[in-house]
Design a protein around this ligand. Structure first.
Ligand SMILES: [Zn+2]
Length: 158
């Protein structure tokens, strides 16, 4: 079964928008995505983290602060009685092309192969803030292929 629909809570999206604005498109930024799957195989993103204080921001890539990311995942997981789990990452591009780069594909492959992350189908949200607007595209990695979600919706309430 293929994934088609992904939802992101408006709070989480606003958080991302603020993080991206901070960079002035000089460097990439990013963070963790947490959420859940519905019985209809829809993905719901409920929480997003920032990059963390020790993240490495570059023009065409970002490396998250892994200790910070792990702590964020553990905290939300416990706070939500293990209902909300790590589902993937988000990052910004410094130019308005939201196609996953070769590095992005490698990263997805790495997450999918990592037994510790237990993520067979990692999600990747790519955004760009341009012309006062946040542009976004969402992807998932399955059977060594990067696929784009058909629909990305913003969720206004629970
Ligand atoms: Zn990228």
């Amino acid at each position: 079964m293929n994934l088609e629909d992904i939802f992101i809570k408006r709070d989480a999206l606003s958080f991302i928008e603020n993080e991206v604005k901070k960079t002035d498109n000089e460097v990439e930024t990013g963070g963790i995505l947490m959420g859940y799957y519905t019985v209809k195989d829809e993905v719901v993103i409920t929480h997003c983290s920032g990059p963390g204080p020790k993240a490495k921001h570059r023009k065409y890539s970002v490396t998250l602060d892994s200790a910070y990311a792990q702590k964020f995942v553990d905290e939300i997981y416990l706070q939500t009685n293990r209902n909300i789990t790590y589902i993937g990452d988000w990052h910004s591009h410094t130019f308005n092309d939201l196609t996953p780069s070769r590095t992005d594909k490698k990263e997805l492959n790495k997450i999918a192969k990592n037994r510790l992350s237990r993520l067979e189908t990692p999600i990747m949200l790519i955004v760009c803030y341009d012309d006062q607007q946040l542009f976004k595209k969402s992807f998932y990695y399955k059977e060594k292929k990067v696929c784009e979600f058909k629909n990305l919706y913003t969720l206004d309430c629970e």
